[in-house]
Design a binder for this molecule. Structure first.
Ligand code: GUN
Length: 280
């Protein structure tokens, strides 16, 4: 029987720990404030942004909401970021991605003060992660590490295979597993003999963005499987990058979709907001 890794419960535990910390900081006169910027009205982004604001309210973090129209120019967004960078009372700045096509995403992420980059997307934070210096870490991969640790799954010395090499998940995921002394392989769309590699994995992280791509033929018996994907199938039901029904019986532990990695992203964003203030 496999262990079902409960991201909902673990994220709630993290949020409750943070809530307590924030209450203590308040008694010491310290308030935390996150600026959340959304450009345009992508419905998925709207849901994410709302959930981020709700989590802030639950934990006791002030959130400033900036909802900008679809036709916002790059200059206008850069100007807002500049103002928020300069505001001492703003501790964190989050620009929800994706951005409308007239705005260069890289330019925007570079403009955020790395000390306020709670998403961990600025090259300074990415670089710090890769050389083991302190800094903000991308929330989804940081959440995966918490899921593993809080489920009693050891990483040290394990064969870890990451499927996907995105800047937001795959690459920082590999760095974090390496930091935990895992032996890490990153696979991607040009990888040859993919199954040979994934079948070596003690811990397999699927973050390739293809619904139900990973079936039982990719899995070593007893592996731990973490599913970062989230998609809607033909019946409008949520599913991940892993075919859960088929794969789960072959694992020792697995995350469901929904209720696995998803809730952890916001919990770790909240963690970053609090940690940034504690360390400053
Ligand atoms: N869009 C999808 N995921 C994320 C995320 O973690 N942060 C931001 N800012 N935008 C996203």
């Amino acid at each position: 029987m496999y262990q079902l890794i409960d991201g909902k419960a673990i994220s709630q535990q993290i949020k409750d720990e943070l809530k307590e910390k924030v209450e203590k900081l308040k008694t010491q006169g310290t308030e935390i404030c996150l600026a959340v910027i959304q450009v345009g009205n992508d419905p998925a982004s709207g849901v994410y942004v709302n959930n981020k604001k709700k989590a802030c309210a639950y934990i006791g973090i002030q959130s400033l909401s900036y909802e900008l129209p679809e036709e916002t120019t790059e200059e206008e967004l850069l100007k807002l970021i500049g103002e928020l960078n300069a505001k001492e009372e703003v501790n964190g700045i989050l620009v929800q991605l994706p951005l409308p096509k007239q705005i260069n995403e890289e330019k925007i992420l570079l403009a955020i003060d790395p000390a306020k980059d709670v998403d961990g997307f600025h090259p300074a934070n990415v670089g710090n992660l890769s050389i083991g210096r302190p800094g903000y870490v991308s929330c989804t991969p940081a959440g995966v590490i918490q899921l593993l640790k809080r489920s009693g799954i050891e990483i040290e010395g394990k064969e870890c295979v990451v499927l996907g090499r995105s800047n937001i998940v795959g690459k920082p995921m590999a760095m974090l597993l390496l930091r935990e002394n895992g032996t890490v392989t990153v696979c991607h769309s040009r990888t040859k003999n993919l199954k040979e590699i994934t079948k070596r994995a003690d811990i397999l992280v699927a973050a390739l963005g293809k619904p139900k791509f990973v079936d039982a033929s990719y899995i070593k018996e007893g592996a731990v499987v973490i599913d970062v994907g989230i998609h809607r199938n033909e019946n409008n039901k949520l599913c991940g990058d892993v075919d859960f029904e088929e794969v789960a019986p072959h694992t020792s532990a697995i995350t469901p979709v929904p209720g696995g990695v998803g809730p952890m992203t916001i919990a770790m964003l909240m963690h970053n907001c609090v940690e940034g203030v504690e360390n400053s």
